[in-house]
Design a protein around this ligand. Structure first.
Ligand code: BJ8
Length: 422
């Protein structure tokens, strides 16, 4: 990281504090993903994406800006990346997964809000986020209450808030389509470029290609002897939110080929007969490997993720046959509205997704992962548990933050859960 210290200092970061953040992240990685044995060789690239997120990727984005491209920060997978790419902007996810920066947010923000938001804000407040200084624009959304209210504090004329509806009725579809068209208008103004039919078709194909590669990874994880751990699959997913999409898809295709060969050879990081578990709920963004590690350290094989760092990001493609910008934008809007986030009501489709995904992966149980103070996933867990019970699938709800304080207690609960899976 030291090779990028000069760049980070030029960006106005507190470099010594940033070094402490990097060391804390390395320690978290070292006791989770880093300690695994028998990792696929292709993971080296995705480890490098993680380790380069505050170094090589920043240098790359800074160079792109110099060449005239705009960098657009996002906080939710509801923001359509295709539109940013169609005006040659670079969308980048900004959510924080490190406990290290949480106390910096707690100096001004309430302690009893979700750790993902606190970690993200804390990075900005402590001057350890290299993305803030290189962003041209930020895009929030009206999903959960904590995000909506946070945007009011951060918002200025380089910050746009997309209106994400609360329901999925005809009136909401109409509202969302208008929000997507408005987002297009904002980005055209920002970049001085027009969203054309050709550019949009190209970015739709690119993002669909990336989604197909991620879907293939999900399929490979369903093998009787999964060729990759759930922790490593999470590292890949976290990279998906940061890396350049075409390069990412290329490297993922190579990893998938390696995994397919491992399936044929029966090579797996798990012993035969390991219990199969799905994690469902809140996203686990870069820096956060806590629950995935605990589940696999308890001897289970994590075979799928129903989350925004899992199936919600890559399932369902944008219709590539839509013709003409307005029709293409509607196809994009429709694909994104099919993401089943707990901020929607009712959200029956997510109940179907969780049970379907668990069945497809032949899971024996589901761990519901709820970030502390995330009320929508926490309350929705009651319905998810009932739906899973009706499908004969046991589940365990974990409510936790990014700290290690409850790790011992969680370990005991997760081990007991895994043991009883038959
Ligand atoms: S589409 S899950 S990325 S909103 S964990 S900040 S919901 S209190 S991250 Fe999300 Fe978009 Fe939905 Fe996905 Fe709020 Fe919950 Fe915190 Fe969350």
């Amino acid at each position: 990281m030291a090779e990028y210290d000069r760049l980070l200092a030029e960006l106005g970061l507190d470099v010594p504090l940033h070094d402490e953040l990097s060391a804390a992240t390395e320690r978290a990685f070292g006791r989770t993903a880093g300690v695994q044995r028998n990792r696929p060789a292709g993971m080296a690239y995705f480890d490098a994406v993680l380790h380069g997120a505050h170094g090589s990727r920043i240098a790359e984005l800074a160079a792109a800006r110099k060449a005239g491209r705009k960098v657009v920060g996002t906080f939710c997978i509801y923001v359509p990346e295709e539109i940013a790419l169609a005006v040659d902007a670079i969308p980048i996810a900004l959510c924080g997964g490190s406990q290290f920066t949480v106390p910096f947010a707690e100096k001004t923000f309430p302690r009893d809000i979700c750790p993902l938001v606190k970690s993200t804000l804390g990075m900005a407040f402590s001057k350890t986020c290299p993305y803030g200084p290189i962003l041209d624009y930020m895009v929030g959304e009206t999903t959960c209450d904590v995000k909506k209210k946070t945007w009011e504090i951060l918002a200025d004329d380089t910050f746009h808030v997309m209106e994400v509806p609360q329901k999925k009725e005809a009136i909401d579809v109409e509202l969302w389509r208008r929000a997507v068209a408005e987002f297009r208008d904002k980005l055209e103004k920002l970049t001085g470029r027009k969203v054309t039919r050709e550019r949009l078709a190209e970015s739709v194909r690119l993002m669909n290609r990336k989604r197909r590669s991620l879907a293939r990874l999900a399929e490979l994880r369903r093998a009787e002897r999964p060729p990759i751990s759930g922790l490593d699959a999470l590292v890949v997913m976290q990279g998906a939110l940061n890396d350049e999409p075409a390069r990412f898809a290329d490297r993922l295709d190579r990893l998938n080929d390696e995994l397919a060969a491992r399936v044929k050879q029966g090579v797996s990081p798990f012993p035969k007969g390991a219990r199969r578990v799905v994690v469902s709920g809140c996203p686990s963004v870069m820096g956060n490997w806590k629950v995935h590690a605990l589940v696999e350290q308890a001897g289970a094989a994590l075979v799928a993720d129903e989350s925004c760092t899992g199936s919600r990001y890559f399932e369902r493609l944008v219709d590539e046959t839509a013709d003409g910008v307005e029709e293409q934008l509607a196809a994009i809007a429709d694909r994104y509205l099919a993401v089943n986030c707990s901020c929607f009501t009712p959200n029956n489709e997510r109940l179907d997704d969780v049970t379907r995904i668990a069945r497809e992966a032949r899971a024996q149980g589901v761990v519901q992962y709820v970030l502390q103070y995330c009320h929508t996933y926490n309350v929705e867990a009651i319905r998810v548990e009932a739906a899973l019970k009706a499908a004969d699938l046991p589940s365990l709800k974990i409510v936790t933050d990014y700290s290690e304080e409850d790790a011992g207690q969680l370990r005991t609960r997760i081990e007991a859960f895994v043991e009883q899976l038959g």
